[in-house]
Ligand binder design. Structure first.
Ligand code: F6P
Length: 535
């Protein structure tokens, strides 16, 4: 793969300006639609021969068989011996998903039904707080996949919230829990402890503090009314003091960063309601079907994956900016950072051999238009070339169309300017037209020239609805899967997070004893300084 792509990229010598000049139909032809999304990939460093080569490379990676294994519940998470079946979480009763030959659909529907019933009880005031008052606020305490997905979706679908208000606490920094609880009334607050393992240090620490917050104000007996757990670890949930009927389970074949579709989404089911949550699932399910059925050349996640690999492995580009022109998607790139970087930030292949090619780029981004007034300078004129995913919608939700038109004009203007730039001749001529002196114009030309040729995709949807959001998230999930297949890595484990956790556990006693002699001199000195300045 590496050699194929380096040969191909070394032969690539066309700019986006040339590509469009020689092929004005690109803007029509290099567009695919599916599951409510439209992907325009015309502003990329590809022509038909590159696309054909990328698709051939994909086939050589045994992609069809790997995709079949994903949907058939094979244990493709080979270091943990687990299936990877988040698509099953979007299942309808007519769908079939099997693990070891046994259908899991009934279990999925029943777990979802249990959570939906509880969500309705909370929304209707049937499940109240200990003093009989209805629940007005839901606090989800979780981190990583047990936080980022529900948080991102609740922000994206804010206009659809018609139930108790959702809040999210993730950081072990006491400021996070404090700042959320400070505005809430314990009598009307429901706390959800969201943790697949129910052992995550930050979550359990915050959970105990929240438990104290309820007990201190309403008494110990109130705790049962104000807590629920979203987890796969029933023993730990029981040990924490949450009863079985308040535990909403899922399974080890749901990775944390793919768990928003499971009962980890309970805060969404309560605040948005089961009907809206169903619409989110159905959008994702539609994308699953598109990913399974569409040919590679017409397949949105596959094309996104191939373009990413082309830049990463062909040209060594190190980042991907995801820039939604949708303010409500302001947590989307943070969500994708976990999905992509925890999945594909790997340096050994599925057999454990070191690999000699690059894997996941750095994913980053902020919504437009804010980013334009911050980091776009670098995107236009910096030395780093950063491919971009622009995300936009035709119609606004709950806001005026004039603002939305302005937003969209900005988005199209940016992809156009990044792709085609502005030549030094044009810049010089403009200054001459404005009566700038010749000497001054010559001095300023290099500063004011835009090299262009900056590649981008534009992902478009009619409107940011539960369905289109579900489809968008699932498109990135399948992109990540496809890239994992090409890179021959296991996208579904995350051993890289373990060392830091262990070191933290080892260091905690040093904050009491002051002795960190088993650590480096740097760590010892930092601890000494911290302890000196603690009081
Ligand atoms: O430490 C990384 C991680 O395991 C993520 O993969 C996961 O989403 C997060 O921690 C939270 O884990 P849990 O849901 O088990 O608390």
């Amino acid at each position: 793969m590496k050699d194929q792509l380096s040969i191909l990229s070394s032969q690539w010598n066309q700019s986006l300006t040339t590509l469009f000049k020689n092929d004005p139909g690109r803007g029509v032809r290099y567009v695919v639609e599916g599951a409510g999304l439209r992907l325009d990939y015309s502003k990329h460093w590809v022509d038909q021969s590159v696309l054909d080569a990328l698709i051939t490379m994909l086939a050589e990676c045994d992609f069809d068989s790997m995709r079949q294994q994903l949907f058939e519940g094979e244990k493709i998470n080979c270091t943990e011996g687990r299936a990877v079946l988040h698509p099953a979480l979007r299942a309808k009763s007519s769908d079939e998903f099997l693990i070891d030959g046994v259908s899991i659909v009934a279990d999925v529907l029943s777990a979802r039904g249990h959570a939906y019933a509880f969500a309705e009880d909370v929304r209707n005031g049937v499940a109240t707080g200990a003093t009989g008052k209805p629940i007005t606020d839901v606090v989800n305490i979780g981190i990583g996949g047990s936080d980022l997905g529900p948080l991102m979706v609740s922000e994206a679908l804010k206009p659809y919230i018609d139930g108790p208000k959702p809040h999210y606490v993730s950081n072990v920094d006491g400021a996070h829990l404090h700042d959320v609880l400070t505005d809430l009334d314990p009598e009307t607050t429901l706390v959800l402890i969201a943790s697949k393992t129910f052992t995550t240090q930050e979550t359990m620490h915050n959970a105990k503090k929240a438990q104290r917050w309820i007990a201190d104000s309403l008494g110990q007996q109130a705790v049962a009314h104000h807590f629920a757990a979203l987890s796969t670890n029933s023993d730990a949930v029981k040990a924490f003091g949450i009863s079985e009927d308040r535990m909403f389970g899922f399974w080890d074949w749901v990775g944390g960063r793919y768990s928003v579709w499971s009962n980890i989404g309970l805060s969404l089911m309560i605040s948005l309601g089961p009907d809206v949550f169903d619409r989110l699932l159905s959008g994702a399910r539609e994308m699953d079907q598109h990913f399974r059925d569409a040919s590679p050349a017409r397949n949105i996640p596959v094309l996104m994956a191939l373009l990413g690999v082309w830049y990463r492995n062909g040209f060594g580009l190190e980042t991907l900016a995801v820039l939604p022109y949708e303010q409500r998607l302001h947590r989307f790139s943070a969500y994708l950072q976990q999905m992509e970087m925890e999945s594909n930030g790997k340096r050994v292949d599925r057999e454990g051999q070191s690999i000699d090619y690059e894997t996941c780029p750095v994913i980053w981004g902020e919504p437009g238009t804010n980013g334009q007034h911050a980091f776009f300078q670098l995107l236009h004129q910096g030395t780093l070339i950063c491919p971009i995913d622009f995300i936009m919608s035709a119609r606004p939700v709950n806001t005026d169309s004039e603002s939305h038109m302005l937003l969209n004009a900005n988005c199209l203007a940016q992809s156009e300017s990044l792709a085609f730039g502005k030549s030094s001749d044009q810049v010089y001529q403009d200054m001459m037209d404005q009566n700038v002196s010749e000497a001054e114009a010559k001095r300023l030309v290099p500063h004011r020239t835009f090299p262009g040729n900056r590649p981008s995709s534009t992902i478009m949807m009619q409107q940011l609805t539960p369905e289109s959001l579900g489809s968008l998230i699932a498109a990135y999930e399948h992109k990540v899967f496809t890239q994992g297949v090409i890179w021959n890595i296991n996208s579904y484990d995350q051993w890289g997070v373990e060392l830091g956790k262990a070191q933290c556990n080892a260091l905690r006693p040093s904050f009491i004893s002051g002795d960190a002699s088993t650590f480096s001199s740097s760590t010892q000195e930092m601890l000494r300084w911290l302890l000196q300045n603690t009081h």
